[in-house]
Design a protein around this ligand. Structure first.
Ligand SMILES: *Cc1c(COP(=O)(O)O)cnc(C)c1O
Ligand code: SF4
Length: 344
């Protein structure tokens, strides 16, 4: 059964009765799938899975830096459902519903039952029309919400329309479904994600190695076997994965399941999420440590979505300095080495 209310959380043994949780529920959507509920360790008060999905009264505290639209989607939305920040790629947000609602979500004011909903047929027409009219758009990124809550039939319709646009070469999905509702990824779904003449990429969102259950591994294997190229997406979160051991296991789990680590996101300034954020300096120390610990295949890029809609920046600690004369390069153990200037 899907958990959607505080009452259902209590019945499932995931929280104690607490009047303030109703205030949290009134503001931010709740969603926990059976697969996630089964994964939560009810005996661990700091369980990293529970922390991601079970609401907490700490969400009622908003800091002055936090904002409803932390990464500035609205500033770059020419038509409903499209975010066009970079010339060659757009976000297509067909749906603002998710199977789960992550407590740290960067779009938490837009998703859920009180959120922006699903595009109507005329809105989808206008969004697809915008993509068709802009020849510089090489890639369409389906996000939301979670695009894989749509039925295979609806997804096939969207893919067929994108297939008809010659300049679009890549369709990318960002989704948490393979991990939180793996049974949705059947053969019909895998086929629905593909379109003739286009290459499909799918970013699997997972934040803790325990999310790679047997079901999740099977779902991911079905996607990989079906010819979908897989990349990862994780958020660096206090109390969930902010230590080297957990990140090593998480990144290795991706690679072992044919998912190439792509982005490790610094948490966004979403309202009521300060208890999840760590310092950028702490994040830099963690990703520097990863360099020496795991294969290059398993290295993510540590990124910040600059508040206000300025796009993403690589914020890993710089390992190179100088430039006028000699460069100094720092290795994974912190030792510095000279690299000579180029004769011109
Ligand atoms: C994150 C994002 C993208 C994708 O960025 P990549 O670096 O290509 O993964 C595209 N458009 C918008 C508006 C984004 O926020
Ligand atoms: S699945 Fe993505 S969009 Fe949905 S609540 Fe989680 S982080 Fe937000």
């Amino acid at each position: 059964m899907l958990i959607r209310t505080t009452q259902q959380l209590i019945e499932a043994g995931l929280t104690n009765k607490n009047a303030d949780l109703d205030a949290v529920a009134a503001r931010y959507a709740i969603g926990i799938t059976p697969a996630v509920a089964a994964l939560i360790d009810r005996d661990d008060p700091n369980d990293p899975i529970a922390r991601q999905f079970v609401p907490d009264v700490a969400e009622l505290a908003t800091t002055p830096d936090e904002r409803a639209d932390p990464i500035g989607d609205l500033a770059h939305s020419p038509v409903e459902g499209i975010v066009h920040r970079y010339p060659d790629r757009v976000l297509l947000k067909a749906v603002h519903v998710c199977p789960v609602y992550c407590r740290f979500c960067f779009r938490r004011e837009m998703v859920g039952p009180q959120g922006l909903g699903t595009l109507t047929a005329p809105e989808l027409d206008a969004a697809v029309g915008y993509i068709a009219d802009h020849r510089e758009i090489w890639e369409v990124i389906l996000t939301g919400g979670d695009p894989l809550v749509l039925s295979p039939r609806r997804l096939r319709e969207i893919m067929a329309r994108l297939a008809g646009i010659d300049h679009v070469k890549i369709v990318r999905f960002h989704t948490r479904v393979p991990v939180v509702e793996p049974e949705r990824i059947d053969q019909d779904m895998v086929e629905a994600l593909k379109a003739s003449g286009k290459t499909t990429y799918l970013a699997v969102h997972a934040n803790h190695p325990r999310e790679f259950t047997a079901g999740a591994r099977r779902a991911i294997a079905r996607l990989a076997d079906g010819g979908v190229a897989l990349i990862s997406q994780s958020v660096l979160l206090r109390g969930i994965n902010d230590n080297v051991e957990t990140l090593v296991e998480l990144m290795r789990a991706f690679v072992e399941n044919r998912v190439k680590p792509y982005y490790l996101h610094h948490p966004d300034l979403a309202p009521g999420t300060s208890h999840f954020r760590i310092g950028i300096d702490e994040g830099q120390a963690l990703v520097t440590a990863l360099r020496g610990r795991i294969s290059g295949l398993a290295q993510p890029t540590y990124v910040l979505d600059i508040p206000g809609g300025h796009g993403k920046a690589d914020i890993g600690a710089a390992s190179i300095s100088g430039g006028d004369g000699c460069f100094t390069v720092r290795d994974w153990q912190g030792e510095e080495h000279r690299y000579p200037p180029q004769d011109r």
